[in-house]
Structure formats: structure tokens, C-alpha cells
Design a protein around this ligand. Structure first.
Ligand SMILES: [Zn+2]
Length: 403
């Protein structure tokens, strides 16, 4: 009996000594002060990211890292790693795990900041020569989506090549730095680092993706042929990557997705679920189609939950609605939380917010014609069109489409 008590008590006492002693309290106080600095930095980074993304202002994330040189160090990563191992409470242990993941990723982030600043600044300032005219690089997707002639789309697509060549040179350096720094952190590769820190198995993920691709290929081909038959002269054999933009935009449905009905449609949909978006002052939506604005829709949780911002760059049509519904899904997640721990506000499991936004996105695609468009004049074929769109995002589908 006595032996059994000791067997149980010794590990408990050891755990208590490591997690309750003065050393532990000092370490936790140090970690708390790192959390405060991290939250201030995240806000400043998000604000600067927003200014570049939405207004094309110059990015200088490198300067923010330089004013926080003591935050992302190997010593701090080790401190949090040890605290995670010693922590008996599962919620606190999860917080520490997320914080260690954040510090490790940002250990790399601070060393590639100057490079990623260069990429953002090139994207927001460089011009592309299209038919003798200078067009901002970030305006190209919108131009492609609205161009009716396949020949001219091909010209625009090729005109971007020199810009992509210079961006790729920078991105290769970013990639090589990622690989080198993950090895400096003691991992065999960047993928191995992600697998451990994010708790994912990339081989298993690949297997599941390939299974989904194989199971949906016939359906995709059927839907693609159906949609392409509406574009004279275009078929599976001569359908190129640059033809996907007008297909996404699908002009025949544009009249049913007018810009001025976009916000009312979002407000009505959420009102139907008991959520009054119009009264949420902490959720800001920027839908101005500025030329230097990044065309990708995005959510910036600048300060969670009091200042959450969404950016979309409308080109007209159902894709604008999908982008807005999707981003509102992200925005609501951040803007509605009552969580205080920074790990759960900014660094938690990212797939949770993606699942919410994709759910809302699919809801919009499936119900838009029936709910927010007049059922009598609702466009024929919108359902099969909206089913095709998500499949175009798929890597195998991208491979099927010639460059
Ligand atoms: Zn998303």
C-alpha cells in the first residue's frame, strides 16, 4: 500500500515542484510579459498590413520586428517549450503550445520581413504594360475578368510575366530562408516543423486530397463542359488559366448580383440567422475597388474583438458576393469572441475560422438564387455554376487547365 502511494505521489510531487515553485512563477511572469509585447506587435503588424493591402501604402514590417528584437529568440522559444512540458492544466498547456508555435513561426518571420516587405511593395507599386498602357499589377485580375476576347486575355496574361519573374526571384529567397531557419530551429525541414507545430500529417492529408480528387473528377468534367458550352469557341481543349477569371465572374449572372444589392443581401442573410451585422461597430467592410488594392478578399483582425476589418475588391457579379459572405464568416468569428487569452484570439487553430467562413460561403452559393434573387427571374443554371466554382480552386483542377 505504502509502495503504491509513493509510486503515485513521487511524480505528482515532482510535477508540483516544477510547476509551482518560485522558478516556475518567474518563468510564467516572463511569459506573460512576452504575451503583452506580442499582442502590441500583432496590432501594429495588422494595421500596417491593412494599409498596404487596401491602400497600397509602403510596407515596413521589418521595422516593427526590429523594435521587438527581444521577442522572437531561441531562448524564449525554449522557455515556453519547457513551460508547456511542465504545465499540468490542459487549457494552459494548449495556450503555451500555441504561443510556442507563434514564437517559432515569427522567429522565421522576423528574418524574412525585409524580403516579404519587398514583395508587398513591388506588388502594390509596379506597373504592367498592357497594349501600350501602364496598368497597376493589382488591377490585372479585374482586367482579365472583364475582358471578353480570349486573344486579348492571353496578351494580358503574358504581359505580367516580367513582374512574376522578379517576384519569383524574391519568393525563392523567402522559401530558401524558410528551409534554412527551420533547420536552425532543430527540425529536419520546414514541412517537418509545420507537421509538429500544427499537429498535421501531410502524407495523410495528401492521401485524402487525392481520394477526393479521384471521386469528384467525373462530376467536375461534366460541370466544366456544361459551363464552357456557353462560351462560343471555348472548350476543354483550348480552355486556359486566363479564361478562369471571366468564368468565375460569369457575366450572364451579373445582373442578378448588382453591387448595390450586395450589402443588403449579406445583412438580410445574417438577420435571418438572428445576427444584426449592421449594428456591429467593430466590424468594418472596405469594398472600394481601388487600383492598388490587393484583389484577394481578406479579413484583418486588427484588435480582437474590437476592431475587425474586411477587404474585398469587387469586379461585379456573384464572385463578389461569395467573397463578401466568406470574409464576413471570418470577421464574425473574430468580432464575436469574448476570449481574452491572446493565444486563442490570434493564434488558435486556424481551421476553425476557415470552416465557419467556408460554411457561410457555401450557404451563399447554394441559396443566393433562391433567397436573395427574385425566384421568378432567377438565373437558370446558377446552381450548377456555383457547384463548379469551388472545384476550380482544387490543385488537380488547376493542373487540368493549361497555362
Ligand atoms: Zn477564408
Amino acid at each position: 500500500m505504502k509502495k503504491t502511494f509513493l509510486t503515485l505521489a513521487v511524480p505528482f510531487i515532482a510535477l508540483c515542484l516544477s510547476s509551482c515553485g518560485p522558478g516556475h512563477r518567474e518563468n510564467m511572469a516572463r511569459i506573460d510579459s512576452l504575451r503583452v509585447s506580442a499582442e502590441q506587435l500583432i496590432r501594429a503588424q495588422s494595421q500596417m498590413g491593412w494599409e498596404n493591402w487596401v491602400f497600397g501604402k509602403m510596407s515596413n514590417q521589418d521595422s516593427l520586428y526590429k523594435s521587438n528584437v527581444d521577442l522572437f529568440t531561441l531562448q524564449n522559444i525554449e522557455l515556453v517549450k519547457q513551460a508547456e512540458l511542465d504545465e499540468p492544466d490542459s487549457t494552459q498547456r494548449k495556450r503555451l503550445h500555441y504561443f510556442k508555435r507563434y514564437l517559432s513561426m515569427e522567429f522565421i518571420g522576423k528574418q524574412i520581413a525585409a524580403l516579404t516587405d519587398s514583395v508587398s511593395n513591388v506588388e502594390s507599386t509596379i506597373m504592367v504594360k498592357v497594349a501600350g498602357k501602364d496598368v497597376p499589377y493589382r488591377q490585372i485580375p479585374s482586367l482579365l475578368a472583364k475582358e471578353k476576347s480570349q486573344e486579348k486575355r492571353a496578351e494580358i496574361y503574358v504581359a505580367v510575366d516580367p513582374v512574376l519573374d522578379s517576384l519569383n526571384t524574391m519568393l525563392i529567397r523567402v522559401e530558401n530562408t524558410y528551409q534554412q531557419l527551420s533547420r536552425d530551429l532543430g527540425y529536419p525541414s520546414y514541412n517537418a516543423m509545420l507537421e509538429e507545430l500544427k499537429g498535421i500529417d501531410l502524407d495523410e492529408f495528401k492521401r485524402v486530397c487525392e481520394m477526393v480528387l479521384a471521386d469528384t473528377k467525373d462530376l467536375y468534367m461534366q460541370l466544366l463542359d456544361e459551363q464552357l458550352s456557353r462560351y462560343p469557341g471555348i472548350n476543354r481543349g483550348n480552355f486556359h488559366r486566363y479564361d478562369t477569371s471571366p468564368l468565375f465572374r460569369s457575366e450572364r449572372f451579373t445582373a442578378f448580383f448588382r453591387g448595390d444589392s450586395m450589402m443588403p443581401a449579406v445583412l438580410r442573410t445574417y438577420a435571418g440567422m438572428g445576427i444584426d451585422i449592421g449594428s456591429m461597430n467593430n466590424l468594418q467592410i472596405d469594398s472600394e475597388p481601388r487600383e492598388t488594392k490587393n484583389p484577394r478578399a481578406v479579413c484583418f483582425p486588427i484588435e480582437v474583438p474590437s476592431d475587425v476589418r474586411l477587404s474585398i475588391k469587387p469586379t461585379g457579379g456573384s464572385d463578389d458576393f461569395s467573397a463578401l459572405f466568406h470574409e464576413v464568416g471570418h470577421g464574425l468569428h473574430f468580432a464575436s469572441t469574448t476570449e481574452h487569452a491572446i493565444e486563442f484570439k490570434y493564434m488558435g487553430e486556424p481551421t476553425v475560422t476557415v470552416r465557419i467562413s467556408l460554411g457561410i460561403h457555401i450557404l451563399q452559393s447554394g441559396l443566393a438564387a433562391a433567397v436573395h434573387l427574385d425566384a421568378n427571374e432567377g438565373p437558370q443554371g446558377f446552381r450548377s455554376f456555383s457547384c463548379l466554382l469551388p472545384t476550380l480552386l482544387h490543385p488537380q483542377v488547376q493542373r487540368e487547365v493549361p497555362l
